[in-house]
Design a protein around this ligand. Structure first.
Ligand code: DI6
Ligand code: FE
Length: 405
């Protein structure tokens, strides 16, 4: 790690993407005590103000540290066999209904100790960090018992102490119906609402609660009960909704003030309108779209028309998005969904932070936490245009340079 006694670091002549847009001129950036202390256009740079600073970098593109606002990073095992089955024409839904899919990862995750889950998850986290992530959301959802869900959340929290990264955790107890509850899905929702949510809230293990609202998962009525329990325990709400069909889960989540609804390929205008009214973000997950070879496009034109913040995330998970390269998501979102590179970068910075309810993150502004990336590219758009690992020159977390290439 690189830091100075004064804690004052200076970057010169950077092309700056502030989380929403590229600034028109080369900039100088001063970081002090973990925060962005000053920003100047180079032509206005006053060396007197920068006395006692250490020059930490010159040139390159500076962006906010990337925010990966939707991951299932903690799990054991892998699903390479299912990948081959899907290539032979078996669908994700067929695999799930046959007891594979999420449930195969549940079996492996239940069998793993916390230390084993840490060991399995750290390389994935390191891959995200090496591609610029400074904040990552991590969901449970492969335990599906009280103890195993709490175990996953503890592992997620511990990951945040093992690496310089902000970890936001989400309880996704309502991810899939565990085998013990076949034929009694309402009984399982009782467990989520009456035991998992209260325990996760009391132990400070979850920041939010998520659901999978889908034919192969839980109904809108069941998700609504989960939302009510989350609110009763002071936890934020998110939803996997409208991924494979339109059940109206997004509008429901929005009515409960959800931070975000995620996937949303089948979202309709009524859902978009409900999101606009509640300020709910849209999280696009082009990795899952790619892996599942989906063709149904999320309603990007409507989201733009209603001014919905569009975030992008890796959805890193063993089934539908075994991908730990966040900048690839920018490329896929542009290629598949026709986002502009600027929208894609905002989607991985300011809008992703918004989707986590952390509006202070994902932007470069005076006073904001100094989570920054310096990239060896010529323009911000290049991060979306080219698919390439290893472009990160420096990663700054809370004002400390934690990675130097
Ligand atoms: N949607 C997803 O993309 C992940 N979960 C979900 O509800 C996939 C999880 C998996 O297949 O393991
Ligand atoms: Fe997901």
């Amino acid at each position: 790690m690189l830091s100075t006694a004064s804690g004052r670091l200076l970057w010169r002549e950077v092309t700056l993407f502030d989380g929403q847009q590229q600034l028109p001129e080369p900039m100088a950036v001063l970081v002090e005590q973990g925060r962005v202390a000053a920003l100047w256009a180079e032509k206005d740079f006053d060396p007197v103000l920068a006395v006692g600073t250490e020059e930490a970098g010159r040139g390159g593109v500076m962006t906010p540290g990337l925010v990966d606002c939707h991951t299932h990073l903690v799990y054991a095992g892998d699903r390479a066999v299912e990948f081959e089955q899907r290539l032979q024409g078996v669908s994700y839904e067929q695999i799930a209904r046959a007891g594979g899919g999420i449930l195969s990862t549940v079996r492996a995750t239940r069998a793993a100790t916390e230390d084993e889950l840490i060991a399995a998850s750290l390389p994935r986290l390191d891959a995200l960090l090496a591609d610029g992530v400074t904040t990552v959301e991590i969901k449970s959802g492969y335990g599906l018992t009280l103890e195993d869900e709490l175990k996953m959340l503890r592992v997620a929290r511990r990951l945040g102490t093992l690496r310089p990264v902000r970890v936001v955790t989400t309880l996704l107890g309502a991810h899939a119906l565990p085998p013990e509850y076949v034929g009694n899905s309402d009984g399982y929702i009782d467990l989520v609402c009456q035991q998992m949510i209260p325990a996760a809230a009391q132990q400070g293990l979850a920041d939010a609660v998520d659901v999978f609202c889908e034919g192969i998962a839980f109904s809108p009525a069941q998700c609504e009960r989960v939302f009510q329990a989350a609110i009763a325990h002071g936890l934020a709400i998110k939803a996997h909704a409208e991924q494979l069909s339109n059940l109206g889960g997004s509008a429901l989540a929005a009515r409960y003030g959800a931070l975000s609804v995620d996937h949303i390929e089948y979202l309709d205008e009524a859902g978009v309108r409900a999101m606009a009214e509640s300020g709910t973000a849209a999280v696009l997950l082009p990795g899952a779209f790619h892996v599942l070879r989906e063709t149904q496009q999320p309603p990007i034109a409507l989201l733009r028309q209603y001014g919905i913040p569009m975030a992008l995330a890796s959805d890193a998970n063993p089934g539908t998005s075994p991908i730990c390269l966040p900048t690839l998501m920018a490329n896929l979102a542009c290629t598949f969904f026709r986002l502009t590179p600027t929208e894609a970068l905002a989607g991985m910075t300011a809008h992703a932070a918004y989707a986590l309810g952390h509006k202070e993150l994902g932007r470069i502004a005076v006073g904001a936490p100094a989570d920054l990336c310096l990239w060896d590219v010529r323009h911000p758009a290049e991060l979306a245009y080219a698919i390439q690992a290893g472009r990160l020159r420096q990663r700054v977390f809370a004002g400390v340079v934690t990675y130097v290439r």
